[in-house]
Design a protein around this ligand. Sequence first.
Ligand SMILES: Cc1cc2nc3c(=O)[nH]c(=O)nc-3n(C[C@H](O)[C@H](O)[C@H](O)COP(=O)(O)O)c2cc1C
Length: 187
Amino acid sequence: MATKNKLKVLGFAGSLRRGSYNKALLRAAADLLPEDMNLEIFDIEGITPFNQDIEENMPLKVKEFKAKIREADAILIATPEYNYSVPGVLKNAIDWASRPYGDNAFEGKPAAIMSASVGMLGGARAQYHLRQIFVFLNMYPINGPEVILSFSQDKFDANGKLTDENTKKFLRHLLQNLADWTRRLRK
Ligand SMILES: Cc1cc2nc3c(=O)[nH]c(=O)nc-3n(C[C@H](O)[C@H](O)[C@H](O)COP(=O)(O)O)c2cc1C
């Protein structure tokens, strides 16, 4: 399919860690995309703590993030769960991109969520908190499949490559559903 007709998806992870399983999950997604989809991965590292005093004159990195979100047809977030919720760095990046009031870059965007955790519940609780945040952002997340990667330390090789075939299957399905949903919302 010609590149210009492909859906543009912007992906970002809620972890800054170099060896992050969630970053690795995004890289795995890039290898499993449907034919009509492109994925660009944005690193939220370097986004300063939100300060409303400077929201009208936001840092360059935030401007870049907002522009990438606006250019994208859909959003893909891979996040860890920190203390039963979304990591502060992810919430911070989202808060920046939603401001100033009336200039929310996420407005109306379709989205898909996935999570990876070393724990048994795979970050599920963070996913539901993220869904709640999407309500005020007026985003349209797909409901399934829920890609919830538990015991992630067992599912990647030493180079951070996803080795678990079942996860690959769910990931493919999630990406296909995101493509279908994005095209459906456009109609
Ligand atoms: C501050 C902190 C809080 C955490 N809280 C949770 C938690 O509530 N639930 C969970 O499943 N894992 C929790 N973890 C473990 C993470 O799942 C694990 O560190 C994971 O590898 C983080 O994702 P990453 O590999 O993408 O950085 C926590 C880790 C940190 C550093």
